[in-house]
Design a protein around this ligand. Structure first.
Ligand code: 45D
Length: 190
């Protein structure tokens, strides 16, 4: 005797199809988002920083850093890393941010790489706030975004808030160096 009756088989087939339908939609949607993430990462490091800054100025007010519900965010850890950057001379502040984007194997890049993705996002958010308050090197007043960066900005602006967060998280996730998988670096000895 077979374990499944004919009607059971039909039911499980139907639920399989539904599941696939859902997965398919998730796939389509996240593909649009990952195109955006890719377009962001394809920009040069300075363009990424500049674009990121404009995203911050656009989102600024809608973000409540105390936003609950993100159990994986560690404000103290983001703050600790932020304070390390804050102590540096301005030109160095800029360079460590470039290093993160270029995934240069430095101590700070590895510390960053060990954070949860949401904590990484909070760390960038703190840097942007620092730029606002004058403790972090500011954007040059006359800075003009290049056209390709402008296009990415427009697309990010068009997403609803939740999607923006998801895209931003995907953008900051691979920055820095994951110390758990990084190769030994001859130059830095890390
Ligand atoms: O001279 O659930 C250039 C949390 C040119 C809470 C430059 C959250 C040359 C939990 C290179 C441009 C808050 C985490 C100079 C959620 C030049 C939670 C420098 C949400 C000086 C949802 C440019 C968090 C520089 C969110 C230094 C939404 C640019 C966070 C630096 C969003 C730009 C964070 C920076 C964003 C941009 C941060 C630091 C959008 C940071 C943007």
């Amino acid at each position: 005797m077979s374990a499944l009756s004919q009607s059971d088989t039909k039911k499980s087939l139907a639920s399989l199809l539904r599941l696939n339908g859902e997965n398919f939609m998730t796939f389509v949607k996240s593909n649009i988002e990952s195109d955006l993430v890719r377009a962001f990462h394809d920009l040069g490091a300075d363009e990424q920083l500049a674009l990121f800054w404009f995203v911050y100025t656009e989102m600024g007010n809608s973000v409540t850093p105390a936003a609950p519900g993100a159990s994986t965010v560690s404000p103290e850890i983001a703050e600790g890393l932020f304070n390390q950057v804050k102590e540096l001379p301005q030109e160095e502040q800029l360079n460590v941010q470039r290093d993160l984007i270029n995934r240069r194997n430095t101590l700070l890049s590895r510390e960053y790489g060990a954070l949860s993705n949401t904590t990484k996002l909070l760390f960038w958010y703190r840097l942007a706030q620092g730029m606002d308050s004058g403790t972090i090197i500011p954007m040059p007043a006359d800075y003009q975004l290049a056209d390709d960066a402008k296009q990415v900005l427009e697309q990010i602006k068009q997403l609803e808030f939740e999607k923006q967060i998801a895209v931003l998280r995907d953008i900051v996730a691979p920055m820095g160096v994951d110390p758990a998988i990084a190769d030994h670096d001859e130059v830095t000895g890390l």
